[in-house]
Design a protein around this ligand. Structure first.
Ligand code: GRG
Length: 300
């Protein structure tokens, strides 16, 4: 049991990220695409990925000036993926972060462009960091590109759109979720590692962080699938129950609700075990434990 006030800590980290994001796209731009991108970026969201990146960065005593733009860029990539995922040609969702989705508010063509703008602007920020901070920042940027790309998030989405609950194997289901959801969470955890000149040669740390990321990513997605059947649109801020209705391959549609809860508990146990390994390497992991507790108990 740690004595970190995790809600307070997270809200401080969230404010730091949101202050940065505020400056990315001007308010009241003449360009509808810019307004649409800003709308989706600033409309809310838990900011899990950038908050996690900043927490790991502080754990490694890394430089905030180096990491904050990366954290913001990762949230921009995540937001682009949500805009595109909600489009009529994908999940066709009306509600996101408790508000109308980007295409409902701005139309489909503008929403598509807004997603593209977020993705390109994220890589503008990342390249600026590479110019300013050299090879470690460039390596981190390349890792983010890979995590968001064909062997990461987009690859997972590509497998997902052709997978159905009745025919998908368990291995394939895990592959989809590791890529679709796990890859960006792994990028959040490893970016501070890559940019830390003090620690980035520590292979034991790299392995322990990667294992933590892997278990956290799977537990995040299993929890998401459970909330899709057990929560409500008011609490989640997005539509629910669509996975079963569209025969989508999720942990719940494949393992059942009880099977998913068992698997969730195993994944969280493994995540805590990875945290203990990180601690044994000499790092203060209290906040990571509290953050993991928060994700375990999250209701949205
Ligand atoms: C290129 C047309 C085109 C589409 C790409 C890449 C992609 C579509 C979709 C990505 C896959 C995706 C949306 C995965 C879901 C991951 C997930 C659990 C999202 C919800 O994350 P939260 O709970 O959301 O952190 P908030 O709103 O809190 O940020």
């Amino acid at each position: 049991m740690s004595n970190v006030d995790i809600k307070r800590e997270m809200s401080i980290y969230r404010d730091t990220v949101e202050n940065y994001l505020e400056g990315v796209f001007p308010e009241n731009s003449d360009d509808t695409t810019v307004r649409a991108a800003r709308y989706s970026l600033m409309v809310g969201g838990k900011r899990i990925r950038p908050v996690l990146m900043l927490m790991i960065s502080d754990m490694l005593c890394a430089d905030r000036e180096v990491i904050l733009p990366f954290a913001a860029a990762l949230e921009m990539i995540h937001t682009y993926s949500l805009i595109h995922d909600d489009l009529p040609c994908m999940d066709n969702d009306d509600l996101r972060r408790g508000m109308p989705t980007c295409h409902v508010r701005y139309g489909e063509a503008t929403a598509l462009l807004a997603g593209d703008l977020l993705l390109n602007s994220a890589f503008e920020i990342i390249l600026e960091q590479a110019i300013n901070y050299g090879a470690p920042a460039a390596l981190a940027g390349r890792f983010i590109a890979k995590s968001a790309g064909g062997t990461g998030m987009i690859g997972g989405q590509s497998l997902d759109i052709s997978s159905y609950s009745g025919t998908v194997t368990l291995d394939r289901l895990e592959e989809i979720q590791r890529k679709k959801t796990g890859a960006l969470l792994t990028a959040a955890i490893l970016t501070p590692f890559f940019t830390s000149e003090k620690h980035n040669a520590n292979q034991d740390l790299c392995v322990a962080l990667t294992e933590y990321a892997s278990h956290l990513g799977l537990s995040f997605q299993i929890k998401d699938d459970i909330l899709d059947v057990e929560s409500s649109p008011e609490v989640l801020g997005k539509s629910i129950g669509k996975d079963a209705a569209t025969d989508k391959a999720t942990f719940v549609t494949v393992y059942g609700l009880d099977g998913s809860k068992n698997r969730l508990s195993q994944e969280f146990d493994s995540a805590y075990a990875s945290i203990r390994t990180i601690e044994s390497l000499g790092f203060d992991t209290q906040i990571l434990t509290s953050f993991t507790d928060y994700l375990k108990g999250r209701t949205n």
